[in-house]
Design a protein around this ligand. Structure first.
Ligand code: AMP
Ligand code: MG
Length: 351
């Protein structure tokens, strides 16, 4: 993730901004609020910059609670924090570990989406990410034999979940990075609602999620970055209460000595960065966690498999960008999608 770009966007534009999506949301202050001015909190957590913006008199206290909740989730889910559930699972020597309800919710979703997507989502891929250097920003290109050996310990059917306990084999490691931020954005929007907020928009890294409409009743405008020029926006989509979540090959990558770009989304089939025809996948739907899990999975599947997958159960919308520079979007957003790039955009048919 290019943190410089993101921080720059937050400071200069006064808008919500993430690696994948951004949204315009009006004036912002960090203190008290009337019903039309936003109160916001900027924090760095879960390895990304986050902006939470809420409207109305309950906003300041609700946002304070939201920040505490994010810190709690980070503590449970971090792969490096020695007290986290994930660290405990990864270092338990194959024994079952009791975990929080949050961790269990995400693990259950990871297992079901992995199965639905034929293994495109695989939380056991962590040792492969480590071999590429993505976990410590110390990049290198592993050999195929090294990757083949690591892939032997990535069988998702070895993830055992029962009640509130989880177990993986001793030589396995998991990481929930592909869907944890989506879970967090579901939790945060729900917590804001419970605290009396009716209008809010949050950005957790590449994930934007809204609560209600804008205070004036109109829809939010969320822009999606151009994967070929990530400082610029590619399109704008109007949404009511939705999550808009992007996985892109520009979010975290390095350029190898061979001049090629290697990115952070791994194809579990071969242990290499997924290079199956897509450079950006945006999923728009009502569940942040589902959109997040699917954005990573569909990126791995590539084009046209992602389209076939969507057609089987089209209860969410997509904006796909191919490596040839073509945009494809689903019919559900045809009235709310505006292409502001020079790339051609085409609607995907339902069958
Ligand atoms: P996202 O930005 O939501 O697409 O998530 C990408 C993150 O998920 C990466 O930084 C890794 O931590 C992790 N990851 C990469 N490839 C996979 C995969 N095939 N399945 C599950 N997690 C992955
Ligand atoms: Mg994801």
């Amino acid at each position: 993730m290019n943190r410089t770009i993101i921080l720059f966007s937050l400071l200069t534009a006064g808008i919500l901004a993430t690696s994948g999506c951004s949204s315009s949301a009006g004036d912002t202050s960090s203190g008290s609020a009337d019903s039309t001015s936003a109160v916001s909190r900027d924090i760095f957590a879960m390895d990304t910059f986050m902006t939470l913006k809420a409207y109305g008199e309950n906003a300041p206290e609700a946002l304070d609670s939201a920040v505490l909740r994010i810190e709690e989730l980070e503590h449970e889910l971090s792969v490096t924090d020695a007290d986290s559930d994930i660290h405990k699972i990864n270092t338990s020597g194959g024994n079952a570990v009791e975990v929080s309800e949050d961790t269990m919710n995400i693990l259950n979703k990871a297992v079901s989406v992995s199965s639905d997507t034929g293994g495109a989502l695989n939380i056991c891929i962590y040792p492969v990410l480590k071999a590429w250097g993505f976990t410590a920003d110390e990049y290198r290109i592993p050999t195929d034999s090294e990757l083949d050996e690591l892939l032997m310990n990535t069988d998702m059917s070895e993830v055992m979940l029962s009640g509130n306990s989880a177990a993986i084999p001793a030589d396995y490691s998991i990481d929930l990075g592909a869907l944890a931020k989506g879970y967090a954005s579901d939790e945060i929007t729900e917590l804001l609602r419970e605290n009396g907020v009716t209008s809010a928009i949050i950005s957790l890294g590449g994930n934007v999620q809204s609560l209600g409409n804008k205070p004036d009743g109109t829809e939010w405008k969320v822009s999606v970055r151009d994967p070929f020029a990530p400082d610029s926006d590619m399109c704008i989509v109007s949404i009511g209460e939705k999550a808009v979540i992007t996985s892109g090959n520009y979010e975290r990558y390095f350029v190898g000595e061979d001049g090629k770009r290697y990115w952070h989304i791994i194809d579990p089939a071969d242990g290499h960065p997924a290079d199956n025809g897509l450079v950006s996948v945006t999923v728009i739907g009502s569940s942040g966690m589902e959109c997040d899990a699917l954005s990573t999975s569909l990126f791995v599947m590539g084009y046209p498999e992602a389209v076939e997958f969507w057609r089987k159960d089209p209860h969410y919308d997509l904006i796909l960008v191919t490596d040839e520079g073509r945009i494809y979007y689903t019919p559900g957003i045809s009235d709310s999608f505006t292409n502001i790039s020079s790339m051609p955009a085409e609607m995907i048919s339902e069958e």
